[in-house]
Design a protein around this ligand. Structure first.
Ligand code: HXC
Length: 510
């Protein structure tokens, strides 16, 4: 018995040491923490229960039988974050470069299966050289087993990926399926094929960082949601972020204590929208003033900046915000903005998170780049996401709501529950200039007539009245009362119940 306990301790010691002190030092020298140090920062103190610490690979090729490291390159188990259960895996780059073997994949799959059974989020800390080359197809099979579970868990429990090292080849598809992907600057990169293959195939010379670093994926491709300076900042932010989310699709997000009263007025909102309709303003101001304690967890901050997405709380309850940003491209909807917002809306809908939509949109972006890129299909994603979703939807039109974009941005017609407008709202098929040039083309030579038609058009449509007369807007509110009106609407909608017709699944225009 004593002997067994001694052996157990030796094996545990070996597992804790991973690939050995030399490789741990190398990991630290790159500014990276080890798999276990990361878990210590991510989880509440002493909450981690490790599973499969003694699992080893079963490979006999390429002399692999001579190197067995208990745990096989991934630390798995469960623990708590702020007292709430989460399942985690943390790849250990010091063991075969964190490469995924059959046994390594089985460990990940085991915790994913358990997380789905008990309804708790799955967090992956990725730091891996990809498929374990010595194992060949067994490791490819292991990846596919993980992907399959990512797909089945999608919309059941939140899945978060924090990429903290290499993530290459098909391995990138696990984070891609998860709900949110965070990356660490300068040490994380994700690509389907690395710089060498790119050079051979396309003759492009590009560094790993340029090809798939955190900056690239948070500003150019939109593959990742946020980039952090280092491991510590990323892990602490992930702890903070998960507080916004429910444990699973049958629960609500935890209510967060707040001293911010629901009826707080904010006079600054009365002057946020400039008199000149062509002048931009920062929609973040509105979001911050509506939110509890002015706190907004924004996602995809540097990608498709013409739309803003992220989480706030109102009366302690998580709310997903989607807002046009007049400061960028005048708030136009383009391909990237449509995709960015659509996926976020679907996440909120899957996880019972109410949506607040702030609208100031002159329309969809014109041009060949957009049409050739498929704005029709991508814009339809946004429309589809809003139309399909059944969580409480509150819409506030702050200024322009023109054309198809009016319809798309959570309008009454797409089952918006509460549709509000500020007095500065303009709801029309298009802006005055464009409209007059079309319907009064015959008067284009006469500036005086055009000016008079424009004034007439503005008087008719540059206000919220026509939409209000038809009930498309439930009420025109004074900006300083916005927080109170949104809070009351959310409280009224707390027990909203709405179901879509039965179907296997819809066919969103992918
Ligand atoms: C086995 C691997 C490995 C792998 C790295 N190692 N990748 N072992 N399988 N895929 C080992 C190295 O041999 C080395 O062992 C240790 O991990 C650290 O690797 P280094 O190269 O020394 O580290 P570094 O210089 O930081 O480079 C990291 C790296 C590089 C960029 C990840 O190792 C690399 O390019 N690896 C191969 C990546 C790759 O092509 N993977 C397959 C992708 S395709 P020692 O003993 O020396 O410490 C794929 C398909 C998935 O993943 C398909 C899913 C559908």
């Amino acid at each position: 018995m004593q002997d067994i306990i001694r052996q157990l301790e030796q094996k545990r010691q070996a597992a804790r040491l991973g690939g050995g002190q030399r490789r741990i030092d190398a990991q630290h020298a790159k500014g990276k923490l080890t798999a276990r140090e990361r878990l210590e920062l991510l989880l509440d103190a002493h909450s981690f229960e490790e599973w499969d610490m003694l699992v080893e690979h079963r490979c006999h090729d390429f002399n692999m039988q001579q190197t067995h490291i208990p745990g096989d390159g991934v630390v798995t188990g469960y623990g708590t974050i702020n007292g709430r259960l989460v399942f985690v895996y943390s790849q250990d780059f010091t063991v075969f470069g964190g490469a995924l073997s059959e046994a390594h994949a089985e460990k990940i799959c085991k915790l994913m299966d358990q997380a789905m059974k008990v309804g708790a989020p799955i967090i992956g800390l990725n730091d891996s050289g990809g498929a374990r080359i010595q194992e060949g197809v067994a490791s490819l099979g292991g990846y596919a087993d993980v992907f399959q579970r990512n797909v089945l868990a999608s919309g059941v429990v939140p899945q978060l990926s924090l990429v903290m090292g290499p993530c290459a080849g098909g391995a990138v598809y696990s984070p891609a399926i998860t709900d949110f992907t965070f990356m660490v600057k300068d040490s994380a990169y994700m690509f389907v094929t690395g710089p060498e293959v790119v050079k051979t195939v396309t003759h492009e010379e590009v560094s790993a960082e340029q090809l798939g670093g955190a900056r690239t994926h948070t500003s150019v491709s939109g593959v990742a949601d946020l980039a952090f300076e280092n491991d510590i900042e990323a892990l602490i932010s992930l702890r903070h972020f998960i507080n916004f989310l429910p444990a699973n699709n049958r629960e609500r997000a935890p209510r967060w204590p707040t001293d911010d009263t629901a009826d707080r007025q904010d006079l600054a909102l009365d002057t946020l929208v400039p008199e000149d309709p062509n002048k931009p303003y920062d929609m973040h101001e509105a979001i911050l003033k509506i939110a509890d304690e002015g706190a907004f967890f924004e996602l995809q901050v540097n990608y498709a900046k013409n739309i803003i997405i992220g989480f706030i709380r109102i009366e302690g309850t998580t709310v997903g915000v989607v807002a046009n940003q007049p400061m960028v491209l005048a708030g136009c909807l383009d391909i990237d903005a449509s995709r960015k917002a659509a996926r976020f809306i679907r996440f909120c809908d899957a996880f019972n998170i109410s949506l607040l939509t702030l609208v100031d949109v002159p329309g969809f972006m014109p041009g060949t780049a957009q049409e050739y890129g498929g704005i029709i299909k991508h814009g339809a994603k946004l429309l589809y996401a809003y139309a399909e979703c059944t969580v409480p939807k509150i819409t506030l039109i702050t200024r322009k709501a023109y054309g198809g974009a009016y319809d798309v941005m959570s309008s009454k017609h797409l089952r918006g529950d509460v549709n509000l407008a500020w007095p500065s709202a303009e709801i029309a098929v298009m802006g005055p200039k464009g409209a007059v040039e079309i319907i009064f083309r015959k008067d284009l030579h006469d500036q005086a007539k055009i000016a008079s038609h424009t004034e007439e058009y503005k008087a008719k449509f540059a206000n919220p009245f026509i939409a209000s007369e038809r009930g498309y807007i439930d009420d025109v509110i004074l900006p300083h009362n916005t927080r109170q009106r949104v809070a009351r609407s959310l409280a009224m909608l707390r027990n909203k119940s709405l179901e879509n017709p039965w179907r296997k699944h819809g066919n969103i225009p992918l």
